[in-house]
Design a protein around this ligand. Structure first.
Ligand SMILES: NC(=O)c1ccc[n+]([C@@H]2O[C@H](COP(=O)([O-])OP(=O)(O)OC[C@H]3O[C@@H](n4cnc5c(N)ncnc54)[C@H](OP(=O)(O)O)[C@@H]3O)[C@@H](O)[C@H]2O)c1
Length: 273
């Protein structure tokens, strides 16, 4: 089996590609220099020439706060770029996997979101990712949309590393306690994507099982790392950011991934190797 991965040098891509290779897949790793998804001709040409059995589309504009002021770039990469990939896949009947986000939801629900729940993004990043989902559905009959959330991995800036850095530099740390979601390790997401491939095409939630606040996530990071930190809660209002976030973006994952705590344990173990 031959799989083309876009955004292969990103945080998810760098964990996903070796995991695919370990299962015997031949991986065509692409990123902006050899497959700029905003270039329609280039996208069509690369996908047509390499003719993979599947495309896993990880490339994206992922800076949630910056997308508020730089909507044009986010739109070009997340909507037009995804449209270009979807068009090329659809024309050749190649199955496509698109990675989406919990930020497609507005966070007003009180129980975990299912893939069938209504979407209403609160921020521009979420809006571009949702429009990306629509492009995938428009052009591809064979697609998996994998919505994930609160992603961290060894190959990118992420919340776990930020907390560990803050702990080394500060006596007291304040973390937001009124946003609830599902932390997800990139390796867990990559394994979840592999599981999807034996399931019917459609939209799925691929995130850590269980849920917590950013404060709860930080507490678990410090507990599992054996660090004593004076950790205090704060509210979203006390820590304003350009992009609005859903207060509750917990997603029902139907057991596709392990508990977020178990995944964090493995992440921290590997980090220390
Ligand atoms: N990170 C999260 O918390 C999170 C949460 C939910 C969903 N997701 C989704 O998960 C997926 C993977 O996220 P990630 O954190 O691995 O993202 P990432 O680290 O930002 O990786 C994205 C990759 O795409 C590349 N890229 C940007 N523009 C491109 C273009 N025009 N053509 C080709 N490649 C381009 C980036 O290159 P440069 O680095 O050079 O720009 C980068 O290598 C994305 O679809 C994201 O929306 C992420």
């Amino acid at each position: 089996m031959k799989v083309l991965v876009t955004g292969a040098r990103g945080m998810l891509g760098q964990d996903l590609c070796p995991i695919l290779e370990d299962t015997g897949v031949f991986v065509i790793e692409t990123d902006i220099d050899n497959l700029d998804i905003t270039d329609e001709e280039m996208t069509k040409e690369v996908i047509t020439k390499t003719h993979p059995d599947m495309v896993i589309h990880c490339a994206a504009y992922t800076n949630v706060d910056k997308a508020e002021e730089d909507f044009e770039t986010a739109e070009r990469i997340n909507i037009t770029g995804t449209e270009n990939v979807a068009k090329a896949c659809g024309a050749l009947d190649i199955p496509m996997v698109y990675i989406s986000t919990d930020y497609v939801f507005d966070g007003t629900k009180k129980t975990p979101y299912t893939p069938e729940d209504d979407t209403r993004p609160l921020n521009k990043y979420g809006l571009t990712k949702l429009r990306g989902e629509e492009e995938v559905k428009k052009y591809c009959e064979k697609y998996y949309i994998a919505r994930t959330s609160w992603l961290y991995g060894h190959h990118g800036n992420n919340f776990v590393e930020t907390m560990l850095k803050l702990a080394a530099e500060n006596k007291e740390i304040k973390v937001v306690d009124d946003q609830i979601g599902c932390p997800t390790w990139t390796v867990e997401l990559a394994n979840g994507i592999l599981k999807l491939l034996s399931m019917p095409y459609g939209t799925y939630h691929v995130c850590g099982s269980g849920s917590t606040s950013w404060y709860g996530f930080a507490r678990e990071i410090f507990e599992q790392s054996g660090l004593k930190v004076d950790l205090k809660t704060c509210t979203t209002n006390e820590f304003p950011r350009p992009a609005k976030r859903p207060r509750y973006s917990v997603m029902e994952n139907n057991g596709i991934c392990r508990s977020w705590q178990a995944a964090l344990h493995d992440y921290l173990q590997l980090r220390n190797v």
